[in-house]
Design a protein around this ligand. Structure first.
Ligand SMILES: C[S@@+](CC[C@H](N)C(=O)[O-])C[C@H]1O[C@@H](n2cnc3c(N)ncnc32)[C@H](O)[C@@H]1O
Length: 338
């Protein structure tokens, strides 16, 4: 195994924060509203120029969004990431696999494919939200770490991850460590779920799951058929960094409400991203959820956060990098399962 650096890495053309904008380019143009970056380094400005070109459907390079490497915060370093060197003869995509191992619970690891190559302009323009196909976002990493630490709480429960992106790392870790009854990994993007399907297969073959019922599926929060197929099925529904799209916040609240059993709990990890976290919280409360919000929910994550704040805003901005934890329960006298 060769350790790979996770900091400062190229993230398929855009850094985490702006990749959200890039990957939702189609949505933005559908809305007719161009989102602008809130802070401007030269690199960010250059990147936005590229994205604006995409918005205006100009030709960019050879049809790929060019790769730009910048020094940006991309990970809380809660998992080591090592390239898998042992070949699997059953798998033609050998060489793309990495092993994520928990730093705090090193007995738990999983195989992932977390780099699907550059996002093509045509993909950005023609497919549903690609933000989950560019990187494992810090909120997902933190949620995975949190679930590993709280693994005893998931024993015997049915768990669904929504908007898990190309790895669904947190749900995957629950499948690895928690003796859950059932784990469903989902996202609204078909390409992300194709990857998750391979990830499940790979980890199943390696005998890494403690849960025997692990599956993946496309679940669009705004799709009546997707949501009704899973109505009232889960003790735990969770998601990471899924609150920034104005268009889908309401349907996410509604999907969470419908997927949960009456005494279920939702775990939501997300950075403030302006007002978007607060807006989600407001919608959840209006939908009848009791919402609790935690800032310091894990000492290791908090220590990295405090350390990074000292580095200054050029590399770390808590507004886009530090996930808060919300727990959602139904009924005001109910305590969260977790
Ligand atoms: C920023 S990404 C986060 C991915 C992953 N949770 C992570 O943090 O690495 C947001 C994810 O939400 C998914 N998403 C956005 N809108 C959705 C919708 N209406 N239904 C289902 N998934 C959606 C996207 O496909 C994407 O994977």
């Amino acid at each position: 195994m060769e350790p790979e650096q996770t900091d400062n890495r190229v993230v398929n053309g855009v850094t985490s924060d702006k990749s959200a904008i890039a990957a939702n380019v189609r949505q933005s143009s559908d809305d007719g509203t161009e989102q602008q970056p809130t802070r401007g380094t030269d690199v960010a400005r250059a990147r936005w120029t590229i994205l604006r070109q995409v918005l205006k459907q100009k030709q960019v390079d050879s049809g790929k969004v060019p790769q730009v490497s910048v020094r940006r915060f991309s990970s809380f370093s809660l998992f080591s990431r090592s390239r898998v060197m042992t070949p699997d003869p059953d798998d033609p995509s050998e060489g793309q696999w990495v092993e994520y191992r928990s730093a705090s619970s090193p007995q738990y690891s999983a195989f992932l494919r977390d780099n699907l190559g550059p996002i093509r302009v045509t993909e950005v323009l023609n497919s549903f939200d690609n933000t989950g196909n560019v990187c494992v976002w810090p909120s997902e990493e933190v949620m995975a770490h949190y679930c590993l630490k709280k693994r005893h709480m998931f024993r015997g429960l049915s768990v669904c991850e929504l908007g898990g992106g190309m790895t669904c790392l947190a749900g995957l870790m629950i499948a690895v460590c928690a003796d859950a009854r059932e784990v469903i990994l989902s996202d609204g993007n078909e390409k992300a779920i194709q990857n998750v399907r391979s990830v499940i297969e790979r980890n199943r073959r390696a005998g890494l799951f403690t849960c025997t019922d692990v599956s993946s599926r496309v679940v669009r929060w705004d799709s009546e058929s997707d949501v009704s197929a899973l109505e009232s099925c889960f003790d735990v529904v969770m998601c990471a960094d899924c609150l920034f799209l104005d268009q889908y916040r309401g349907s996410l609240v509604d999907a969470v409400r419908r997927l949960l059993r009456p005494n279920g709990t939702a775990l939501v990890f997300a950075p403030p991203r302006g007002e978007t976290l607060a807006q989600f919280r407001g919608l959840a409360e209006r939908a009848g959820f009791q919402v609790r919000q935690y800032l310091n929910y894990d000492q290791e994550v908090w220590d990295v956060h405090i350390g990074m704040q000292r580095e200054g805003k050029d590399s770390y901005d808590e507004n886009i990098h530090y996930p808060h934890l919300l727990t959602l329960t139904q009924g005001c006298d109910q305590t969260p399962l977790l």
